[in-house]
Write a protein of this length. Structure first.
Length: 490
C-alpha cells in the first residue's frame, strides 16, 4: 500500500500465480468467453493499493494474474500513474473509486481479463494519452456516479465496448480514438449520462454509440463512421442530445431509433450510410432538426410503426431512394424542410402512414414531390412543391390525404395526379406552370376538389375520367394553353 508522496519507478511487479494443480473455473478465466463486467469486487488481491496522498508510479511493468494492478481510493487521493505497462490482470487493470482523482497518463493497458480501467463512486481522474486494447472485456467502465475526463486515448480491439457508462456515470469523453472494438464503441445504459465530445469512433462491430434505458448523454462534434451496424443506436427509452456530429459510411443506418427512443438530433451531417440516414420505428418520438441528411443508400429518414417524430428545418437530399418515407402507421410532423434531388420521391407515404407535411420546399426530385399510395393518409399543407420530374403530388390505391394550400408548379409532368382509386381532399391549392396538366384524375380516382386555382399549365387545367364529377364552379380553372377542362374515357 502506498501513501503520501512516494515515487515508484522502473520496477517490474508481478504477483505469483497459484501453484499448479487441477484447474478451477477461476484459473481458466482467460479461456472463457467475455462477460460484461459488473465492477471490480474489491476482494481480489491488488499489486498496489493507494489510499491517500499524491504518489507517482512511472515506467513500471505491472502484471497480476490474481487480481488488479492498481486500486486508488479515497477523497483527495491524487496519484500520477504514467508511462507504465499494465497487462495480464485477472481483474480490472486500474480502479479509481470513493472520490479519488489523480492522473493516468501515457500508459499501455492490454490483455486484462476484466476492463482495463474502472471509475466509480464519485471518482474523478484524468485519463489521457493511454493505449487501451486487447482486453477480454471492455476498455473503460464508468458507473455508480463515477466521473473522469477521458481524452486523447486510443481504445481499440477490446472484446466488448471501448467505453461503457451506466448508473449515473458522468464522464467527459473527449478527443479519443475508439475503434475496432468487438461490440460498441461507446455503450451508455441504465441511466448513464456524461458528455461525448470530439471523438473519432469507427470500425466497431456494433454501433459506434448505443444509448438505452433512459440514459441521456450529450453527444457533440464526433466523427462516427465505418461501423458494422449503425452509427448510433438509440432505443428502449434512450434519450440525449446528439449535435454537430459527422455520421457516415456505416453498414446499416446512420442513426437507428427504436423502442420508444426519443433523442434530440440537431445540426448533424448524416451521409453515405448503406441504408437509411435516420430510421425511426416502434413508437419512437425523436426531435430531428437542422440536420443535413444526404447521399444515403435508402431513404434519408424512414418513419414507421406508430412513431411520431418532429422533423424540422433539415436539408434532405441526394438520396439513392427517397427523401422521407412514412409507412406502417408512422406519423410525424414534417415541417420547414428542404427535400431535393432524391432519386425517387421527396416524400413517400403508404400503408396507413399519417404525417403532417407542412411548410416544406420539395423540389427537383427524380420522381414525385409527394407520393401517397397503398392506403396512405396524412395532411399536406402550405408546401412549395416544384420542378419534380413526375407529378408534384401523386395519390393512388385508396389513399386519402388532405392536400391544402400548397403551391405546386413547374413540374415536368402534371401538378397533381390522382388515379387507381385514389381519393383525398384537394382544397385551396395553386397549381400552375406544369409541363403537362394541372390536375389529372384517371382510373377511378375520386378526390374532392374545392377552391383551387389551376392555371397556366402547358396543356390542360384538369383532365378527368368521365365518371368524375368536377365542381368547376368552386374551383378557378383558367389560362391553360390547350383546354381548361378535358374529359377522357379512362
Amino acid at each position: 500500500e502506498l501513501r503520501g508522496t512516494v515515487r515508484l519507478a522502473n520496477f517490474a511487479l508481478c504477483r505469483d500465480a497459484p501453484s499448479a494443480g487441477p484447474p478451477t473455473v477461476d484459473a481458466c478465466a482467460l479461456e472463457s468467453p467475455p462477460a460484461r463486467s459488473m465492477g471490480s469486487s474489491g476482494k481480489s488481491p491488488t499489486l498496489i493499493e493507494i489510499s491517500q496522498g499524491s504518489c507517482r508510479i512511472e515506467q513500471c511493468d505491472l502484471y497480476n494474474p490474481m487480481g488488479s494492478a492498481i486500486r486508488i481510493s479515497g477523497a483527495h487521493t491524487s496519484p500520477v500513474i504514467a508511462r507504465n505497462t499494465i497487462h495480464g490482470c485477472r481483474d480490472t487493470g486500474v480502479v479509481f473509486k470513493d472520490g479519488a482523482d489523480g492522473t493516468l497518463s501515457g500508459n499501455r493497458l492490454f490483455g486484462n481479463s476484466s476492463v482495463a480501467i474502472e471509475i466509480h463512486s464519485r471518482a474523478d481522474p484524468l485519463v489521457e494519452d493511454n493505449d487501451i486494447f486487447d482486453g477480454r472485456q471492455g476498455g473503460v467502465f464508468v458507473y455508480n456516479r463515477g466521473k473522469g475526463h477521458l481524452r486523447r486515448n486510443k481504445i481499440f480491439r477490446n472484446a466488448l465496448e471501448g467505453v461503457e457508462i451506466k448508473q449515473d456515470g458522468r464522464p467527459l469523453v473527449e478527443d479519443n480514438d475508439i475503434y475496432d472494438n468487438l461490440e460498441c464503441g461507446i455503450f451508455i445504459h441504465e441511466g448513464g449520462e456524461g458528455r461525448v465530445i470530439g471523438n473519432r469512433i469507427h470500425s466497431n462491430s456494433y454501433a459506434g454509440i448505443e444509448i438505452k434505458d433512459s440514459s441521456s448523454p450529450e453527444v457533440r462534434g464526433n466523427d462516427i463512421y465505418g461501423g458494422r451496424t449503425s452509427g448510433m443506436y438509440i432505443h428502449s427509452g434512450g434519450q440525449g442530445v446528439v449535435e454537430g456530429n459527422q455520421i457516415h459510411q456505416n453498414w446499416l443506418h446512420g442513426v437507428y431509433v427504436r423502442s420508444k427512443g426519443f433523442p434530440h438530433l440537431m445540426k448533424n451531417n448524416i451521409f453515405k450510410n448503406d441504408e437509411c440516414g435516420i430510421f425511426v420505428t416502434e413508437s419512437s418520438h425523436p426531435c430531428i432538426e437542422h440536420n443535413e441528411v444526404h447521399s444515403n443508400g435508402l431513404a434519408g429518414i424512414e418513419v414507421k410503426e406508430d412513431s411520431n417524430p418532429t422533423i424540422k428545418l433539415n436539408r434532405i437530399h441526394d438520396g439513392n431512394t427517397g427523401g422521407i418515407f412514412v409507412l406502417a402507421r408512422g406519423r410525424g410532423r414534417i415541417c420547414e424542410n428542404k427535400l431535393y434531388n432524391n432519386k425517387l420521391e421527396g416524400i413517400e407515404i403508404k400503408d396507413g402512414g399519417d404525417p403532417q407535411v407542412i411548410d416544406n420546399e420539395i423540389y427537383e426530385n427524380f420522381e414525385c414531390g409527394v407520393f401517397a399510395h397503398d392506403g396512405a393518409l396524412g395532411r399536406i399543407e402550405d408546401n412549395r412543391i416544384f420542378s419534380n420530374a413526375y407529378a408534384g403530388i401523386e395519390i393512388k390505391d385508396m389513399s386519402s390525404p388532405v392536400v391544402k394550400n400548397n403551391r405546386i408548379y413547374r413540374g415536368q409532368t402534371s401538378g397533381i395526379y390522382v388515379h387507381s382509386g385514389g381519393q383525398g381532399k384537394l382544397t385551396d391549392n395553386e397549381v400552375f406552370e406544369n409541363g403537362l396538366h394541372g390536375v389529372m384524375i384517371l382510373s377511378g380516382g375520386n378526390p374532392w376538389m374545392s377552391r383551387n386555382k389551376v392555371h397556366d399549365n402547358t396543356e390542360c387545367g384538369v383532365v378527368a375520367h368521365v365518371a368524375y364529377a368536377l365542381d368547376a364552379s368552386s374551383n378557378q380553372i383558367y389560362g391553360n394553353r390547350i383546354k381548361n377542362v378535358q374529359t377522357v374515357k379512362s
